[in-house]
Design a protein around this ligand. Structure first.
Ligand SMILES: Nc1nc2c(ncn2[C@@H]2O[C@H](COP(=O)(O)OP(=O)(O)OP(=O)(O)O)[C@@H](O)[C@H]2O)c(=O)[nH]1
Length: 301
């Protein structure tokens, strides 16, 4: 049987970091992991994060739980036929309800070949401490992703002190007392924790909440028409409303040869140089994106 894990967790919590770390460990064991990646927004920004030799299928049309199960079924079927992997990792969008996503991936079509090991949820520990600032619907999604998990990563634990970490751990255990909670930095989870998971997922676990219908999360693609000064760009980022949860992509910064990789999650900005020319565009994910004023040099696509 092929083990299947569903990776859940809110926008920018560290799912891709976890995915990369797990892939590395499986490959070191001589195993072939395959990935199904569901991005919010139509841009495959994260697919480059997975090594070229790892079979990858993308679902870009929206949330795995809202687009229905047929496309997911087809992607899983073709992974099985074309690659015969040892393990399948399904990375859901940060906007997906884990149980609905699980519903979308469970199908009698391949029930005899796949073994669903469960939901691994990544929590941004800093966000937990600031969750009251989230809108009620988004906060509910954040909590649901943790409530239904079988294993929880308290990621970004490097950003918290000991007291804060124990507050987060006990808070999470209060809403989910059956999952193991592990503190991580950059999703560095030893594979042994996944292997220990006992498959306990079946269709009766699936109760539809349709939380997705109430969420007003949207994604917006911004293209850059010219270079921008890093200082101006960062000022613009600082002044964005707190309902912009996640941004990622490439920005053409003055003085740089190639557009730089830009990542943003809950007030934290990260820049990395690129050594090839990537399209200068970023995707924003959040609520009320229509109200945002764009920086000069950006084309609002
Ligand atoms: N300080 C710190 N930063 C982290 C940690 N884990 C991830 N990050 C940063 O957080 C940002 C988001 O990480 P990703 O792994 O891309 O998160 P994600 O959940 O895949 O994001 P989406 O797929 O867009 O929802 C990146 O800038 C990471 O470098 C961590 O443990 N500590």
């Amino acid at each position: 049987m092929i083990d299947v894990y569903l990776l859940s967790g809110f926008l920018g919590s560290g799912k891709t970091s976890l995915l990369q770390h797990l892939i590395k460990q499986w490959k070191a064991e001589g195993k072939l992991p395959a990935v199904i990646m569901n991005e919010f927004g139509k841009l495959p920004f994260d697919s480059g994060a997975v090594d070229g030799d790892v079979p990858l299928k993308e679902l870009l049309q929206g949330c795995i739980c809202c687009t229905g199960s047929e496309k997911t079924e087809a992607q899983i079927q073709s992974l099985l036929l074309e690659h015969n992997p040892d393990v399948i990792l399904i990375e859901t969008t940060g906007a997906a309800h884990p149980v609905e996503a699980l519903d979308a991936v469970m199908s009698p079509l391949y029930a005899d070949r796949l073994q669903f090991k469960g939901i691994v949820s990544v929590a941004d520990s800093k966000l937990w401490l600031e969750k009251e600032k989230l809108s009620p619907q988004v906060r509910m999604l954040f909590l649901e992703q943790l409530r239904h998990a079988h294993l929880i990563l308290l990621n970004k634990s490097d950003l918290l002190d000991e007291n804060e970490l124990s507050t987060v751990t006990s808070g999470i255990q209060m809403i989910n007392d059956h999952a193991m909670v592990i503190q991580t930095v950059h999703g560095k989870l030893p594979l042994s924790f996944l292997k220990q998971m006992i498959p306990n997922v079946n269709n009766s676990d699936v109760t539809k909440t349709r939380i997705g219908n109430e969420l007003h999360l949207s994604a917006k693609l911004i293209k850059f028409e010219s270079t921008v000064k890093m200082e101006n760009f960062e000022n613009w980022v600082r002044n964005l409303p707190s309902t912009v949860y996640r941004m990622k992509g490439h920005v053409l910064i003055e003085g740089q040869k190639y557009p730089m990789l830009f990542q943003y999650a809950y007030g934290m900005v990260q820049w990395l140089p690129e050594y090839i020319k990537m399209e200068p565009q970023i995707v924003l994910i959040g609520e009320n994106l229509k109200e945002i004023e764009w920086l000069r040099g950006m084309a609002h696509a």
